[in-house]
Structures are given as structure tokens and as C-alpha cells.
Design a protein around this ligand. Structure first.
Ligand code: NDP
Length: 313
């Protein structure tokens, strides 16, 4: 039987609607949440991401502003900008779009963002809050993964969860959130022995690797829930054929555009999994939705208002 498709567009829209009504109530009470996005230089991919973040802010009623310093900015000048945003009361969230140019000390910049305004959840203070289960700001993609699981009624407590990937942005915080939600968690990486065998233990399998279609059916426990975080652009026809032969819709779009977007999970996995997130339209839409939710959360936390557990607004 084919896996249930976990629709990230639908869940993302649900969260954005909840955020919008929250923002409306806060604004009526005189507190309009505000987000500042810092985009250094002209990286085309970053420009697309930032445009999406600003547009989404407008849609949910969050005040947003974009800062676009030039590519040759010094670390100190960028620090000065961040310090200024830290000081401004109407700004609740600060997001410095990565990657930063090589002359900039990215770690220093991220360390300078006020942890109370760190809507990306990358500051070590927020990492510490997450690992000690204190209220803080959780990275958007991992928070979005938890929302997909919860809102799709996928059991987490006492389940075996396997996370492939140990990045600070996705793998590690996702593993921490699953641990906090009482799953039994295994983290895998490029040095893991017998990766397919370890992955097959997972009632929940999270793929955050960055390798097109690496997770094939032999990695998957029948009936498992598969969360595919990967976003890979495939342009090589042989690679495309390995993944999508016999899929006329994808073939047509590959022919016209010259590329297709694929996750870390091979499409054949849908034949053995119980539930699966598509790419595109799975985890991706949740990342922006959770940025909106985090901005509202930051606005409340900064004012000492109670916030719900974990990632919920
Ligand atoms: P990183 O490159 O930072 O981390 C990749 C991880 O995968 C590393 O831990 C690495 O192991 C592991 N890995 C690489 N190759 C293998 C292998 N052959 N076997 C086992 N493990 C392997 O990537 P990110 O975590 O930043 O992102 C992962 C994917 O998620 C990317 O495709 C990215 O584009 C996508 N992404 C999607 C988002 C969304 O909104 N949908 C948001 C963020 C990311 P090791 O540590 O040993 O090197």
C-alpha cells in the first residue's frame, strides 16, 4: 500500500493562519511583533529565501524590515548593525541569512544576536535551553518537523526515531526535540556503520543529509514515517533516471526546466513507508511557518508572557 503523504503546504498554512490571528490580537493590544532580516551581498538563493520570509511576514501581519549590507562588509560593521537591532524594542526577531561572505566571522555575528531575539535558534544559549528543556527559541526546520509529526498524529513517545545527519541546524536539534518528546533516538552520520540496518530500526526516520535519493527502500522499516528534509537540485540525466523513470509529470518538468528538486529519500520508499513527506511541499513550507511562529514566541518571551511547550506558538 502506498504511504500517506504528509502535506507540508497544508500544515504550514494552518500554522500561518494561527500565527496571523495571534498577531492580530497582539497588535490590537499594542504589541505588533517585528522581524529584521539581514541579507549580506547578492547570493541568488539567499535572496529567494529572504523574499519568502519578508512576504510571509507581511501575510501574517508581522512588521518586517530588510537590511542589505554589501558583500564586502566587515565583521565589525555587521556586528554594529546587529547590536543596533538588539537595542530596538520594536524588533522581536533578528535573522542573519547564511551563508555570510568569507571575510565575516559568522560565528561572532551569530553569537552577538540577542538570544531573546534569535528566531533561528542558533545561539548557544538557545541550544542550551533546548537541551535542558527550558522555554527558548528552537531552530525553525526541526520545530517544523515536530509540527508535521504532531499534527499528523504520528506517535512519538516510546517510538524508535533515527535521524540521519548531525548538523547544528537540522540533525542535532531534531534529535534533541525527539528525545524531549520521549522517543528513543539514534543519530547517524557519514561514519555510521551499517547505515541501512540502523535506519531500518526507525519507526520514524528523518533524512537530513543533502544527498539526492540516498535513502532507498532497503533503509526503511515497512510502515515507518519518513521525514525528508533534503533539498537537492538534480540536473544530471542519469541521476534523474535513477530517481524518476516512469514518472511522466517529473519527466516533463525535467525536460522543460533542465532540473528537478529531490529530497534525500528515493521515491520508491513511498511503496514501503506508512507516511512520508514529499519534496517539494513537505518540510520546506514548515521552515518559514515556524519562523513566523518563532517571531511571535520571541515577542511574548521578551515581555515575560507565558509560551506553550516546545515549538507551539
Ligand atoms: P549538512 O551538510 O550540514 O549536514 C549533513 C549531514 O549528513 C552531516 O551530519 C553528514 O555527516 C551527513 N551525511 C553526509 N553524507 C552522508 C552519508 N553518505 N551517510 C550518512 N550521513 C551522511 O546539511 P544540513 O543539515 O544543513 O542539511 C541537510 C539537508 O537538508 C540538505 O539537503 C539541505 O538542503 C536540507 N535543508 C532543508 C531545509 C528545509 O527547509 N527543507 C532547511 C535546512 C536544510 P558528517 O557529520 O559525518 O559529515
Amino acid at each position: 500500500m502506498a504511504a500517506i503523504v504528509l502535506d507540508g503546504n497544508k500544515i504550514g498554512a494552518e500554522i500561518r493562519a494561527e500565527v496571523a490571528s495571534e498577531v492580530k490580537a497582539m497588535t490590537a493590544a499594542g504589541i505588533r511583533p517585528g522581524l529584521a532580516v539581514v541579507l549580506v551581498g547578492n547570493n541568488p538563493a539567499s535572496e529567494i529565501y529572504v523574499r519568502g520570509k519578508v512576504k510571509s511576514s507581511e501575510e501574517v501581519g508581522i512588521y518586517s524590515e530588510k537590511h542589505t549590507p554589501p558583500d564586502n562588509i566587515s565583521t565589525q560593521a555587521l556586528l554594529d548593525l546587529v547590536i543596533d537591532l538588539n537595542r530596538r524594542d520594536e524588533i522581536d526577531g533578528i535573522l542573519v541569512q547564511l551563508p555570510l561572505p568569507p571575510q565575516v566571522d559568522a560565528k561572532k555575528v551569530l553569537m552577538t544576536v540577542d538570544p531573546a531575539k534569535d528566531v533561528d535558534g542558533f545561539h548557544p544559549v538557545n541550544v542550551g535551553f533546548l537541551s535542558t528543556q527550558r522555554p527558548g527559541l528552537v531552530p525553525c526546520t526541526p520545530a517544523g518537523i515536530m509540527e508535521i509529526l504532531k499534527r499528523s498524529n504520528i506517535p512519538i513517545a516510546s517510538q524508535e526515531a533515527v535521524v540521519v545527519g548531525r548538523s547544528d541546524i537540522v540533525g542535532k536539534p531534531t534529535a534533541m526535540l525527539l528525545t524531549n518528546a520521549n522517543a528513543t533516538v539514534t543519530i547517524c552520520h557519514s561514519k555510521t556503520r551499517d547505515l541501512p540496518g540502523v535506519c531500518r530500526r526507525g519507526d520514524i526516520l528523518i533524512a537530513a543529509i543533502g544527498r539526492a535519493g540516498m535513502i532507498t527502500r532497503d533503509f526503511v522499516k515497512p510502515g515507518a514515517t519518513i521525514i525528508d528534509v533534503g533539498m537537492n537540485r538534480v540536473t544530471d540525466p542519469a541521476e534523474f533516471a535513477r530517481l524518476f523513470t516512469g514518472n511522466p509529470k517529473r519527466e516533463e518538468s525535467f525536460r522543460t526546466k533542465g532540473f528537478t528538486l529531490v529530497g534525500d529519500v528515493h521515491p520508491e520508499v513511498a511503496e514501503v513507508a506508512g507516511a512520508i513527506t514529499p519534496v517539494p511541499g513537505g518540510v520546506g513550507p514548515l521552515t518559514i511557518a515556524m519562523l513566523m511562529a518563532n517571531t511571535v514566541r520571541a515577542a511574548k518571551l521578551r515581555r515575560g508572557n507565558p509560551v506553550p511547550e516546545l515549538s507551539r506558538v
